[in-house]
Write a protein of this length. Structure first.
Length: 399
């Protein structure tokens, strides 16, 4: 045990509601000499035990909770039990029935803050974003190797969030054999290559699995897939009968991966255009040339990591949705998303609504979209709801 962290009087309410973060402003003092990543007992101002968590002296989030049970030690068996619970939940979701790639561990929502573990067939690709997770990553890898069928555990801890914890990027094999450069993901009849070592996230956007499946019926339609990355939404639309698909991305590597995925699904390359350009710039060109589409997908990278960036992010989301609204034909469809953790579903809906008003378009909400259930939302951790979206049908009587 690394020491004890005492909460200021009157600042323990969030912990009593089981929120898993302790912010620096709530800390009265720390006893002992805990080092970054050490496990500390967290107590209120009277000394009553509240929780046990990982200490992070360089972060605004001074501690992240491992357990709410005083009798539960944080050791390798703790992580073995947590992983067993995560696996049991995914089995309840019948994940293997819909895909060969899914998320096993989703951070705080699974009681493992700072830990992300994605399963690609017999391989696990992990991200450890905090000093607490870093401290236990070898134990996590050992426990993952104990799961039936595991052949290798690979680390992709290369996100910017590690910098806030005083950590350097870290990538490489943690246990078992080397993972392949690419893995063929299969979901809802769709086949896509995941670039496990260099691709976005852990190689693939597993969280959009169910949203991609919404484009199963696009018979004869012209589709624009913005920020296309590996082309999943566009290829799903093509498999659903689309007449033509434009894959739009600023990255040449992403478009090459999208081309490989078209071939993997045995689709004719003539069905697709691949446009390398800034999405905002290209959409403005389409607006000026009066080009239009039946279906548009907007799945941009995150525009805001923090509340301080939120105002600028709102302007970006409004601008891009305004452009898309102007390019949609009457009766068209827009799937629009935000993966910015600071953007709430309510605020996103407001921003999109204002964009449509400014564009002079009316739309019905066909669906409110979110991350796939293997990326669970937790009632005690609303910050975990990072992916929000709207499925909109354009009305004929726009003004």
């Amino acid at each position: 045990m690394g020491g004890e962290l005492f909460i200021r009087k009157g600042r323990e309410a969030s912990l009593l509601r089981r929120h898993p973060w302790v912010f620096s402003g709530s800390v009265d003092h720390v006893s002992g000499d805990p080092q970054p990543g050490d496990t500390v007992d967290i107590r209120d101002s009277e000394g009553t035990w509240l929780a046990r968590g990982a200490y992070s002296p360089l972060s605004q989030i001074r501690a992240r909770i491992w357990t709410w049970r005083e009798a539960e030690p944080v050791d390798r068996d703790f992580f073995r039990r947590r992983l067993a619970d995560c696996l049991a939940y995914r089995r309840r979701l019948s994940m293997d029935d819909c895909s060969n790639a899914w998320r096993l561990v989703h951070g705080e929502a699974d009681g493992l803050p700072g830990c992300v573990v994605d399963k690609y067939g017999p391989y696990f690709v992990c991200q450890f974003s905090t000093v607490g997770a870093e401290r236990w990553k070898q134990d996590m890898a050992a426990c993952l190797m104990e799961l039936e069928g595991t052949r290798g555990v690979y680390e992709r801890s290369d996100g910017d969030s590690r910098q806030r914890e005083g950590l350097e990027p870290s990538c490489g094999v943690l246990a078992g054999e080397e993972i392949p450069e690419r893995f063929e993901v299969q979901e809802h009849g769709l086949r896509l290559w995941a670039d496990l070592k260099r691709g976005h996230k852990t190689g693939y956007y597993l969280d959009q699995r169910d949203n991609r499946a919404l484009l199963w019926d696009c018979g004869g339609l012209e589709v624009l897939n913005c920020f296309s990355y590996s082309g999943g939404f566009g290829i799903r639309a093509a498999l659903g009968g689309a007449a033509h698909v434009v894959q739009l991305d600023a990255s040449a590597d992403a478009l090459e991966l999208a081309k490989a995925n078209v071939s993997l699904n045995s689709l004719p390359d003539s069905m697709f255009d691949y446009v390398r350009d800034d999405v905002f710039h290209w959409l403005r060109q389409c607006r000026d040339s009066r080009r239009s589409f039946d279906v548009i997908v907007l799945d941009p990278p995150k525009f805001a990591d923090t509340q301080r960036q939120l105002e600028k992010a709102c302007r970006g989301y409004k601008d891009i949705n305004l452009l898309a609204a102007k390019l949609l034909r009457p009766g068209g469809r827009l799937l629009t998303f935000s993966c910015s953790g600071a953007m709430t579903p309510e605020l996103f809906a407001k921003v999109v609504g204002e964009a449509f008003q400014d564009a002079g378009r009316l739309a019905r909400v066909m669906g409110v979209l979110s991350q796939a259930p293997d990326h669970p939302l937790a009632v005690n951790f609303p910050e975990g709801h990072y992916l929000t979206g709207l499925d909109l049908a354009i009305r004929e009587d726009s003004f």
